[in-house]
Design a protein around this ligand. Structure first.
Ligand code: SAH
Length: 348
């Protein structure tokens, strides 16, 4: 009996490694670049699509490699146009990604981990616990799926990407950065890093590391309170990475990148909807070049969290504007299909 040798997933190989393969079979190394384009830029699912390679080369590749892609397992469409994909990964685990259309943009909201290890107690993903990190290609493929849907459903190009789906991107740092590299490279999707935003719970060490590596994308931080006691109660991570250490890392980020950070902030009834919290936020923002997105709460259960009254949001807006802090009020999208911020939990 002949033993079946396991084929390698070719998308785990770098361009250099593919070159080495071609050299080993006596092919011209420039073929590697062609293959790489097929694999990433054109998202080929089959070696037979690679028509600029000879038949015999394609056969040799088929013997050595397989091409793995994620699959959109189910797709839901919201009344407001939002599309949610439940995506099946290589080991059949599922993550969700969301396409958010507005008049001026089409944004892909993508996941970086299966579940999440942080216990933010207002977030549905936190209930799943963390199962594993996504590979760079699994992150990249979510973008490709949404890019295709943007063209198919809206006849418009994908314009923006936010790492705001399931998981904490800075706890899957290497793979997230590799995915961004691919998304922005000319051999990949060639998108501008300025159109990409990474959202984090706020891990100071990693924020500084990103600054050191001179990344070119935007940074958003889920703040939700500028008072340690309140923030720690909602987000246990604040016990080890408090507001002061976060501020220090964000100043470092600004100094090195020159780009303002965006604070994401939900105002909850009876939790942070008083003037003291609004003033603390304004003060925090004056320390750090930043802007604030006040986001709507998306209820995840009958828990203690409830969206604050509209008057309280206006109070926040007034206090922030008095201090010349830039503030936007963000309506949530895709609520009817559990596609809004914090609702991604593989319910279906
Ligand atoms: N882990 C990253 C990215 C995922 S969360 C982070 O924390 O930033 C994406 C955004 O949704 C975060 O700002 C998060 O605080 C917010 N969010 C979580 N649950 C929410 C909910 N139920 N309603 C509204 N926003 C929520």
């Amino acid at each position: 009996m002949t033993e079946q040798v396991a084929k390698r997933d070719i998308r785990q190989l770098s361009l250099e490694e593919i070159k080495d393969f071609f050299i080993s079979i006596g092919e011209k190394p420039f073929r590697a670049k062609q293959v790489y384009e097929w694999l990433w830029k054109k998202s080929a699912k089959d070696f037979d699509q690679m028509t600029n390679l000879s038949l015999s080369t394609r056969e040799l590749m088929k013997e050595a490699f397989e091409i793995k892609h994620i699959k959109v397992d189910t797709l839901q469409r919201s009344d407001d146009g939002t599309v949610k994909n439940a995506v099946k990964l290589h080991d059949d685990l599922i993550v969700e990604s969301v396409l958010i259309p507005t008049d001026s943009r089409i944004t892909a909201c993508i996941s970086s981990q299966v579940g999440c290890s942080l216990d933010c107690n207002f977030c549905a993903t936190a209930r799943l616990k963390r199962m594993r990190n996504l590979n760079p290609d699994e992150i990249y493929d979510q973008v490709v799926a949404i890019k295709d849907e943007a063209e198919r459903f809206f006849e418009r190009p994908l314009t923006n990407i936010v790492y705001m789906g399931m998981g904490e991107p800075l706890m899957n740092y290497q793979n997230v950065l590799k995915s961004i590299e691919k998304i922005t490279s000319p051999e990949g999707l060639g998108m501008s890093p300025r159109r990409i935003t990474l959202s984090t719970v706020g891990l100071p060490k990693m924020i500084k590391r990103m600054a050191d590596e001179e990344v070119k994308f935007n940074l958003a931080v889920s703040l939700h309170s500028a008072i340690d006691e309140t923030r720690s109660r909602m987000m246990p991570i604040n016990d080890t990475s408090n507001l002061e250490s976060l501020a220090e890392s964000l100043l470092y980020w600004y100094k090195l990148t020159g780009r303002k950070v965006t604070f994401e902030y939900v105002v909850w009834k009876g939790i942070n909807d008083d003037e003291a919290h609004a003033r603390a936020l304004a003060k925090y923002c004056l320390k750090i070049p930043s802007k604030v997105n006040l986001i709507e709460y998306n209820p995840i259960d009958e828990g203690e969290y409830e969206q604050a009254d509209p008057g309280k949001i206006e109070m926040y807006e007034r206090i922030l504007k008095e201090k010349n802090v830039i503030v936007n009020i963000r309506r949530s999208r895709g609520k009817d299909i559990d596609a809004a911020c914090g609702q991604l939990a593989n319910k279906s």
